[in-house]
Design a protein around this ligand. Sequence first.
Ligand code: SAM
Length: 302
Amino acid sequence: MEATAKAPMMKKRTFKVQNWVSPKSVVPQLGFSPLKSLGQNFLIEKPLLEYISEQANVEENDAIVEIGPGTGALTQHLIPYEVPTLCLELDKGLAAYLKQTYESPQLSILHGDVLAGKHDLHPELISYFMEQKKAGRGLKLISNLPYNILTPLLINLLKYLDLWHSGLFLVQKEFADRLMAKEGTKAYSLLSVIGTLFLKMERLKKVGRNCFWPAPSVESLIIRVSPTSNTPPKEEFILFLKALFIHRRKSLAKVLKQIAPQFQLDLFIEEHGLSSGLRAESLPPHLMLQLFNDIQKSSVST
Ligand code: SAM
């Protein structure tokens, strides 16, 4: 990589990459086509990549994890920060290309799946999170990943919410809508409940389809999320939400009869001034958590 201009040390550091290499030139050179199965819609607009790297708000004492770096379109804008950076890429060919192309003492490229099955993160990623925490570094996550892995990724990231500072994600609009949905709306889901309870969430910028190559069929936007709690959601709470949202249109009374028959829902309904035919999709996040806690207590005391 060509040398890049280094900005003076300030709290908010920004850099201009002089000889940025676009995915559009790298991919044909490597002799392959973007893979739909890996969601390979690469970012090809340099100003947008500059915007993303600036919005990451990387400070001197931070570390970065980039998930799905692809051909390094964004990585090139992160290297000048000169902070420990881990890039995790599932595509073997791209991971090998990145290793050969971007040598920097602070940069590590790891080939692998960010998810270990659906229920955890890649073990080396978890070790990296822990190392950075031990070293007193604030961890900034950055990613532009396929839709199908965003939900399991976020749920698994929440397990380690005490280990990372913030995440800048380029996501499909539908995902952002689900994450930030209010109760009673069509988009309200498990994701909305845990998002509201455990994260501060911001919509930063819409991203047009022509910023990608190949252009995707869905709208995208950049969001920032930051943990608001030091305690991760309990595994049982996630399972409870899953059970409730599978039957989102059924009355809570019917669903709880199956999963918590001992629980006196009428008392809960009365206490919180709710309607007796209440459905899961209408219960706000804080009452979802309250209901879960009350059910847990009731199962201990019976
Ligand atoms: N960040 C690059 C950019 O913006 O040009 C690439 C973005 S592309 C949408 C998604 C990248 O994530 C691809 O390089 C793909 O191979 C990688 N990827 C897909 N699934 C992954 C997974 N489970 N773990 C790690 N990387 C993954």
